[in-house]
Design a binder for this molecule. Structure first.
Ligand code: ZN
Length: 449
């Protein structure tokens, strides 16, 4: 992981080391892509096995029937094979070709049926006729198939053999955790859902990014402990919360990470609290220094922030994405494949999250020791010491904002947000002012929360 605050400006081409991390995230996402995942079953275990080659993941297995708040851990679903053959024996649908062809968590079936009956079980996208949709039937007992609308229209009358060799049985719900231990047991929760099959952006990208972030953090000593959670959407988050209810107050900041490999956004959905430090740190990273982002207030629809931000928990957990879910045409279709995500976009998303971590780890509250009038900066050589390629104007502004707001009630994050200057510029200016004896180091700003 790059050093603290070493990449203050993510606009523009990534440096070589960033291209490298992007390539590694991309390769890991590509390994995850073909696995047939669902909310339970061997696909989740296989995925955790791949992630476990990079980090020491603790795997949890929760039995079917376990009560988790108002929900119950469902049966385990596993699928061996699935196809539809026409009268000539030609496979027109096959699990081996794409696991999106089978409605996830579908009931098993093996029958010959006429086209009219088969059609009632086929899902297509008439407005995107070349794409296979992604569909689930988690909480209803049915079977179903998905195919491109064009292939659907080409189906000839006649009988078809339909096989879905799947099993729903008592088993387990599986999720994985990895803890990067910091100096304190205050935690930052970083979570990605592990239940989607072959969809690259949603959410092979999030699983791969967080795994390699955990790897990168091994070399970094941190104030917070970082809990990485890889769990099936909704029921996985609920299960984790139910099993950790007595310790969730340790979570001081959190992010749900999904859809981080495309070139859209960035998009951030605030926690239910709306003004939590994570919300403000994301705003600083995504919106300061002239950067543009889509900032959304909390709503009770989306990913697992719905559970973490339910009123009984109300944790400071936001949702970070590039393009927001449901806003891009590839979403939940076969077009969300490995050609839709790029190493460059993954690298940029990685950098955005590391910049947020930098803020969580380094934010402090300065006190100006020369508050009566402006101290004379020129004779102290401070303008020259900021240096770099920053304009003199922005350099000056970072000093002036820090000195003016350093009244003991504003953290460096507050100053970044108020000035709209990037946090690294504010942090650097404050370090220089402190070294010159103009500032007193106040409290570690996030510690009391
Ligand atoms: Zn999804």
């Amino acid at each position: 992981m790059s050093g603290i605050l070493s990449t203050p400006n993510w606009v523009g081409a990534p440096a070589n080391s960033e291209t490298d991390i992007g390539t590694r995230i991309f390769k890991l996402a590509a390994r995850l892509f073909p696995v047939c995942r669902s909310i339970t079953g061997s696909g989740v275990r296989e995925t955790l096995g791949v992630l476990g080659q990079h980090i020491d993941i603790t795997r949890h297995e929760i039995p079917t029937g376990t009560q988790v708040f108002d929900w119950v851990v469902p049966s385990e679903w596993n699928i061996c094979d699935a196809y539809v053959k026409d009268g000539s024996g030609r496979k027109i649908i096959s699990l081996a070709e794409s696991n999106l062809h089978i409605v996830s968590y579908s009931n098993p079936i093996h029958r010959i049926m006429p086209l009219s009956e088969l059609k009632a079980h086929i899902h297509t996208l008439p407005d995107q006729p070349d794409l296979i949709p992604y569909r689930t039937s988690y909480y209803s007992e049915q079977w179903g198939l998905c195919m491109s609308h064009n292939a659907f229209l080409a189906l000839a009358d006649g009988d078809y053999e339909v096989l879905i060799d799947a099993e729903k049985a008592d088993g387990h719900l599986t999720y994985g955790e990895y803890l990067h231990e910091g100096a304190t047991d205050k935690e930052v929760l970083l979570s990605a859902h592990i239940c989607h099959p072959s969809l690259a952006n949603d959410n092979c990208s999030g699983l791969a990014l967080l795994t390699l972030l955990a790897v990168a953090m091994r070399s970094r000593k941190t104030h917070y402990s970082y809990r990485f959670l890889f769990a099936p959407g909704t029921i996985g988050a609920l299960t984790w919360l139910a099993r950790n209810e007595d310790r969730v107050e340790r979570i001081k900041h959190g992010l749900i990470v999904s859809c981080v490999g495309d070139g859209g956004g960035p998009t951030y959905k605030r926690s239910r609290q709306g003004n939590a430090i994570i919300d403000r740190a994301m705003e600083s990273v995504l919106c300061s220094g002239g950067r543009q982002a889509i900032m959304q207030d909390f709503s009770p629809y989306g990913y697992d922030e719905r559970q973490y931000c339910s009123p009984g928990f109300n944790l400071p957990v936001g949702l970070f994405q590039r393009s927001g879910f449901g806003t891009f045409p590839e979403y939940h279709t076969s077009a969300d494949n490995m050609t839709f995500i790029t190493p460059e976009n993954l690298a940029l998303s990685f950098r955005m999250i590391t910049e947020v971590i930098d803020i969580l780890e380094t934010n402090w509250t300065p006190v100006n020791l020369f508050p009566k009038g402006e101290p004379q900066l020129g004779r102290r050589g401070l303008y020259a010491s900021l240096g770099g390629d920053k304009s003199t104007g922005q350099t000056s502004m970072a000093f002036l904002w820090v000195l003016n707001l350093a009244d003991g009630t504003h953290s460096l994050l507050d100053i970044s947000l108020r000035s709209r200057l990037p946090y690294p510029d504010i942090f650097h200016a404050a370090q220089l002012l402190q070294a010159e004896g103009l500032l007193r180091s106040g409290s570690y700003a996030n510690a009391k929360h």
